[in-house]
Design a protein around this ligand. Structure first.
Ligand code: SPV
Ligand code: MG
Length: 430
């Protein structure tokens, strides 16, 4: 009887490295390919460019593949128990990094029926394929829909602010390997505070939409991750409907607008700054008009409730958010400038009694002791670190400027700076 062989793939682009492994695997016996489910792929790398069904079809059409099944999770235990293959085939890259634990479990599981893990040298994606992939990730129609998909696949996402191309690259590329996998930010927040501050302007809706779009374009030019724009109050309804259509067209995934009117000040002033909240009915009209203006189902309008910031209490916040969702909001953001997360967590738990699914956005700037896990357990879905790159860059730059003045030369400031070679090679020229 032919031996049973199993290999799992997460790829949406087949290249010669994969074909090589499939050829070698099929020579060992009857090959079943496991196609990793969208949720599992999104949990450790970018979300797939083509659907699960299309990926299965792609493998069904390859010579040497006898069977195609879905592997639901990164962990092989369940699928191996079902298939009981004689061999599992994999590239050898998973011996190190977060996949090493998954690999060890495969080896242990296979021992139950004297199965064997066979590894072939890993071949990375060929250099000629990468630009095609990058292009697909970077074009507006792909980027725009990715936020909704990520929320669907992962349930919750982590977002960091970006205010220019360089900070966009930091959000795009920073990753940390932990025991449970590689962690990276899912999306970017283009904050009004940081966009204004980077231009030396106050956060009072002074930086106009053309300038905000210029910042977005700069970020989008060098990144692929989805973008959430801080849309302040959204402005006049007559302008809002045009602006969001532009944002939708250029590939932004969501805008968050806040229920304030008149001269807008940053929320973190709390009740120190005089702020007027919009009437719920009027803000609902803005949401509805925005939804009607959109051309796709991908773009999200998220309604931001300022009731807790303005000291209006939980009931006001809940009632307003229920109304905003009824008006068509695709998500709600609850903001707070308290130092503890209590009121935000209470809001999330209470709101979830009325609505189980609509995404809740939180911005733990002042209540920064709370972990993402706790926010998520209480019902939050989008966690935004709203201003941390500009806040960390500013003191570092100030220190360097002061040090040069102090010593009348730059030698002493060198320790605060990146090396010249490093900065020259930070951004590749092709
Ligand atoms: C921003 O980042 O500009 C925000 C969030 O609106 S906050 O500054 O906390 O109000
Ligand atoms: Mg803002």
């Amino acid at each position: 009887m032919k031996k049973k062989v199993y290999a799992c793939f997460s790829t949406d682009v087949i290249h010669c490295g994969h074909l090589n492994i499939i050829k070698k695997a099929s020579e060992l016996g009857e090959l079943t390919v496991g196609v990793l489910a969208d949720e599992a792929i999104a949990s450790y790398k970018r979300y797939p460019l083509i659907s699960l069904e299309s990926r299965m079809e792609m493998f069904r059409n390859l010579r040497g593949v006898s069977n195609v099944v879905v592997q639901e999770s990164l962990d092989y235990t369940r699928i191996l128990s079902e298939l009981k293959p004689d061999y599992v085939v994999h590239g050898d890259e998973w011996r190190i990094g977060f996949q090493a634990g998954i690999r060890q479990k495969v080896i242990e599981k296979l021992k139950e029926w004297q199965g064997e893990l066979i590894e072939f040298p890993y071949s990375p994606i060929p250099t000629e394929t990468q630009p095609k992939l990058d292009k697909a990730l970077y074009m507006p129609e792909y980027r725009r829909s990715r936020l909704k998909k990520l929320l669907e696949y992962k349930g919750h996402i982590s977002v960091l602010e970006a205010h220019n191309g360089l900070t966009g690259l930091i959000v795009e590329n920073t990753h940390v390997e932990k025991k449970d996998g590689v962690h990276e930010f899912d999306a970017m927040w283009v904050s009004s505070l940081c966009d204004s501050t980077a231009k030396g302007k106050p956060d009072i809706e002074l930086v106009d939409m053309s300038s905000r779009i210029h910042t977005l374009e700069e970020i989008m030019d060098v990144t692929t991750k989805p973008i959430i724009l801080d849309g302040d109050t959204g402005g006049a309804i007559e302008h809002f409907v045009f602006n969001i259509r532009t944002l939708e067209r250029i590939g932004i995934s969501a805008i968050i607008i806040e229920d304030k009117i008149g001269s807008k000040r940053n929320s973190l002033f709390g009740t120190e700054a005089e702020q007027v909240q919009d009437e719920p009915a009027s803000f609902c009209r803005k949401i509805r008009a925005g939804k009607d203006a959109l051309k796709t189902k991908d773009f999200m309008i998220i309604a931001r409730c300022e009731s807790l910031i303005l000291g209006k209490g939980l009931d006001d916040a809940i009632n307003r958010c229920i109304a905003y969702v009824e008006a068509g909001a695709d998500g709600i953001m609850i903001h707070s400038c308290k130092e503890t997360p209590d009121e935000v967590l209470e809001f999330c738990r209470t709101f979830r009694k009325y609505n189980r699914l609509i995404p809740i956005v939180v911005v733990p700037t002042t209540y920064n002791c709370v972990t993402e896990d706790i926010l998520i357990k209480n019902g939050a879905n989008i966690i935004i670190y709203a201003n941390h790159l500009i806040r960390s860059a500013f003191p570092a730059m100030q220190k360097t400027a002061q040090t040069i003045l102090e010593y009348g030369r730059s030698l002493e400031a060198e320790k605060y700076c990146m090396g010249i070679k490093q900065i020259l090679s930070l951004i590749p020229d092709r």
